[in-house]
Design a binder for this molecule. Sequence first.
Ligand SMILES: [Zn+2]
Length: 416
Amino acid sequence: MAHVTSNLQIDSTRLWEAIHETAKFGATPKGGVRRLTLGAEDKQVRDWFRKACEAAGLEVHVDALGSMFALRKGRDMSKPPVGLGSHLDTQPTGGKFDGVLGTLAALEVVRTLNDAGIETEVPICIVNWTNEEGSRFAPAMMASAAYVGDFTTDDILSRKDAAGITVAEALNEIGYNGDKPVGFQKFSGFVELHIEQGPILEAENKTIGVVDSGQGVLWYDGKITGFESHAGSTPMPLRRDALATLSEIVLAVEATAKKYTPKAVGTIGEAVIVNPSRNVIPGEIAFTVDCRSADAGVMDGLDAGLRAAIAEISARRKVDVKLDLVWRKPPTHFAPKLVNAVEEAATKLGFSHRRITSGAGHDACNLNTKMPAAMVFVPCKDGVSHNELEDATQADCAAGANVLMHTVLALAGVAS
Ligand SMILES: [Zn+2]
């Protein structure tokens, strides 16, 4: 006899309690969480998560980069599982929801299926990906990037934090240097629930974001070489001022991105004057540029527009500007079949929803290059994230978890 699953709901209180119980690991006085990847607090939350998964009857395996895979058997074990999950590490001044919601909602889905006695046709597998945040070790999302083959395991294991500790040493220290090779666990698809980390759902009073795309990224390193000279005795027309040049470049980045609004964003987040001095005209500046869009054509337009603006500024000011593209990540277009499954689940459950582009990068974006993936967003207060003030309502978290569960049920099927 087939189980009736259409009215199945997760336990909102149990999910909310799990979120707040794990928020104790690395809790900050301002109500946020500081849980740097592979640190002592990360070990605490990982141990809690492993125990909770085992108590729910899941088989937990850890790969060579510390990512945790908790498998719930299905009727047909010849098929790869449907994956669901996110990450449990946080920014140095992070919140309670970023990553945590998606991981603990996945656990809540399993607990709900267990309570209802539901067996899925295809197995399902919860994942806690190592180092999504990238604040202790670079790059961000390193474990899912290695999973899809963008980096070798050895390369990632050798990455060092600011104190010179390698990923391999940090994994050893907390006992999460797993025995499974990276990529050992195959998936038929992957679904990640996450807070939006932006203001759109809240502004439009929508409960669910059906994420159909993710922004591509252009990262540049820039260097401006002008000429250092005396701030008092050098007449204005004779100056080759690196900082005045940068000021124009900052506005050019802003104008170039604005030209494509709302399809692009552009930021200069770092700028360093070499040998700064109050009475010296700046001669050398290093800076970075971060441009993003979910449209590959717009990304090309951003690149061309930026280069043209910089060429004009540098020629007019007789200052040398070098702009090196150090990273280009193409936009993500999530698998239509999974995006539709998310949308159908939201509709069936009666939640207001809209299609949305992810402004931030996520493990699901990496995974989508090798398997069908999709994401579910729920609103967060004022769109704030990567901040101790990050907040989301219990009702929205529960709504996201329910959409996650019904999406996974649609993909994995219910065994009859
Ligand atoms: Zn996250």
